[in-house]
Design a protein around this ligand. Sequence first.
Ligand code: ADP
Ligand code: MG
Length: 388
Amino acid sequence: MKLNVKNIRYLGPDDWRVLTATEMGSRNHEVVPTPLISQIASLRGGGVQKSISNIAKIGLIAKVKNAKYDGYRLTYGGLDYLALHTHTKASTVYSVGNQIGVGKESDILVCASDTGKQLVLKIHRLGRISFRTVKANRDYLRNRQSGSWMYMSRLAALKEFEFMKALRREGFPVPEPIGQNRHTIVMSLVDAFPMRQISKVGDPSALYAELLALIVRLARYGLIHGDFNEFNILVEEKHEDDDKIILVPTIIDFPQMVSISHPNAEYYFDRDVACIKRFFDRRFGFTSDEPGPFFKESTKTVLKRLDVEVEASGFSKKMAKELDTYMKEHGVDGDAGAIEQEDESEEEDGGEQDAVENDALDADEPIIEDLATDTQTTPSALASQMTI
Ligand code: ADP
Ligand code: MG
């Protein structure tokens, strides 16, 4: 399910039309009947069959022989292409480069805008089979509702984007949200490594205090991160004028953000605090004598309810509930699962996630794939192709 953008430039307007038609048809049909694809795409002449075979060959749609009829379903690859195409039209993304992270439920790639600014593309992949949740997924796949992986991944992206916007507006240290489409978001690239990869800090107490203060500040804005750990905190080393090094954290990964009104809010708050305490103890041998922070104290003076604000924006209460239920049912537990596993095996370094990140970040030559249909095509020329 790795994103391969190589073929995107070979797709013609008819292919895009047929791909979009399949996506539209899959709102009501798990397997979209071929005549329906034809009807929605409404291409002149016999172009539909040719386009269907073009896009099926590169795995954007897959043929399914149903008991009643033959048809096609949109694949994750197809959805990726549609999202990228839209980002390209909106001029948020011009090219896609290395993969820098792979989680259980997402792929993270470096990409660039048409002005050459480096950005991050996060592709949500809820429903991806993970060895940790094989059983849950097996049941899930058997009972899968039409397009539910697509819908849930879209919800996760929407939620993450809305929260990133709200947090950024209030001055929280989060990436700059740039665009969202379908199951993807585009944000600024933070030039920093996850805290997990930092082995030494001069004085851990300042960073520790800052991170706990962030948990408290989030609560004062109505929110609990819910997955506040060393994978989701990027730490940048900044050199001050007097050569002092300060560590600047950026918080990422918001699909599991919970409101302070959530029935289990206190549990999530305490878990976030415990994650930081455990990491500082294990990694830097640092423990604080001060107890807390505590949920009740932190939420005594609430400054703003970003949880309520976000609900009133694009991400409704109903959507929040759907996503929450899905995540619980399918064992989507963010990075917490990975950390628990590691604790069991007493392993301090390594880990799959690190290996991927290191490899990608160490590569000298980024592999940049232009999304344009040919090397001479400008983004605006590409934009004019899509007529649906
Ligand atoms: P997941 O939901 O799979 O955990 P994350 O949003 O936490 O996805 O991203 C996974 C990894 O990708 C992070 O640990 C980090 O290394 C990298 N990453 C994600 N977003 C950014 C960003 N904006 N800038 C730099 N690195 C990022
Ligand atoms: Mg993460």
